[in-house]
Design a protein around this ligand. Structure first.
Ligand code: MG
Length: 354
């Protein structure tokens, strides 16, 4: 647990934090004492706030956030020296509130103070910009927790059969491009093809959700930066892209238009593994169009993270689309696309009428 700055300044040290219980210590020094030579009430309350809050933090998912809403303290005795030990435990927890209690003892075992408090719980940090309803996010399977998406990186030409069907040759390192976070839509969403943009192609892909910020990440460390996986569609305006390629111009908008990045809910890495050995499929109107195994990737997930993070810092909440296998093709208004990735789940989106 990160001790809040003021408590850290006081010298509070959290020594245990697990399963709804916490312990913290404070060695009394001159600056903790009042004119009568006993610890200030504020010092004791800070110690209790830390340890009870710590107990709450240890009882909620790692991505959640909590804040003290009440803390009632009974001061029972004073102490002027020695090591104080505080313990706290969660005694009730609901969907949005937790109640914890705890005590402070001195070295002889005397109880100096007892407290009970309540904490409000949020499934995300309330102050982050991603709080706005319009901000791009992904949903974690199971908890329903929303994570704000920062940026989307994507890889081209990562399956040999797709490279062949596009008339290209394998690239080392792989081709990287980006999409804006506003490209994201979710299960049940609609792909909207921009007017007069020509054909839009489906590209079913494994998508990595980054959980830990890093730059120049080594392949051996890459998995520690993965929070989970989704199945996604890298929708591509193929004619716009081909025209841009022909002119030698960037093809960013062919890949980055609104709704060009449908993603499923995110399954945790612990349930999925390193992203290899997973069956990946796409059906359009019930007809199988793409099918592959993620072990066919030319550059597996750890290699992609290593390459991408050489160029841009990967931040928590970033997505990495990992390339599509053969079978890409156009979709039209009214089509229903169902993407599936083994151990991760499915994604169903429709193509909207213009
Ligand atoms: Mg792609």
């Amino acid at each position: 647990m990160n001790v809040p700055p003021f408590n850290s300044y006081l010298g509070v040290e959290v020594v245990r934090l697990e399963n709804g219980e916490a312990a913290a210590t404070l060695r009394l020094a001159a600056h903790h004492l009042n004119a009568r030579g006993v610890a200030h009430g504020g010092v004791i309350s800070s110690l209790l706030d830390t340890v009870l809050g710590g107990a709450v933090i240890s009882a909620i998912p790692r991505e959640w956030w909590c804040a003290t809403t009440s803390l009632s303290i009974q001061y029972l005795d004073g102490a002027g020296e020695g090591l104080l030990t505080a313990t706290g435990r969660v005694i009730r927890k609901g969907r949005r509130i937790a109640v914890a209690e705890g005590e402070v003892h001195d070295e002889s075992g005397r109880t100096l103070a007892a407290a009970q408090g309540s904490w409000h719980l949020w499934p995300h940090h309330p102050g982050r910009p991603g709080r706005a309803a319009s901000a791009a996010y992904v949903v974690r399977a199971g908890t329903g927790e929303r994570l704000r998406v920062g940026k989307i990186l994507a890889v081209g030409r990562n399956y040999a059969d797709h490279i062949v069907e596009m008339g290209n040759r394998p690239e080392v390192p792989p081709v990287l491009f980006t999409k804006p976070a506003t490209a994201i839509i979710h299960d049940g969403g609609e792909i909207r093809i921009p007017a007069e943009a020509g054909e839009v192609h489906h590209e079913v892909e494994l998508v990595v959700l980054i959980g830990k910020t890093g730059r120049a990440i080594h392949e051996d460390e890459a998995m520690n930066h993965v929070l989970g996986y989704a199945v996604g569609l890298d929708m591509t305006l193929r004619e716009v892209q081909a025209e841009a390629k022909r002119k030698g111009e960037p093809w960013a908008l062919a890949k980055g238009f609104d709704s060009s990045a449908p993603v499923s809910t995110v399954a945790p890495r612990e349930d999925v593994g390193d992203g290899s050995g997973l069956e990946l499929t796409l059906e359009v109107n019930g007809e199988r169009r793409q099918a592959a195994n993620t072990s066919q990737m030319l550059h597996p997930v750890p290699a992609l993270i290593a390459v991408a993070s050489r160029w841009v810092t990967l931040e928590r909440g970033d997505l990495l689309f990992t390339g599509t296998p053969a079978g890409v093709g156009p979709v039209k208004a009214g089509d229903v696309l169902v993407a599936a990735l083994e151990k991760v789940g499915t994604l169903r989106v429709t193509v909207a009428a213009d």
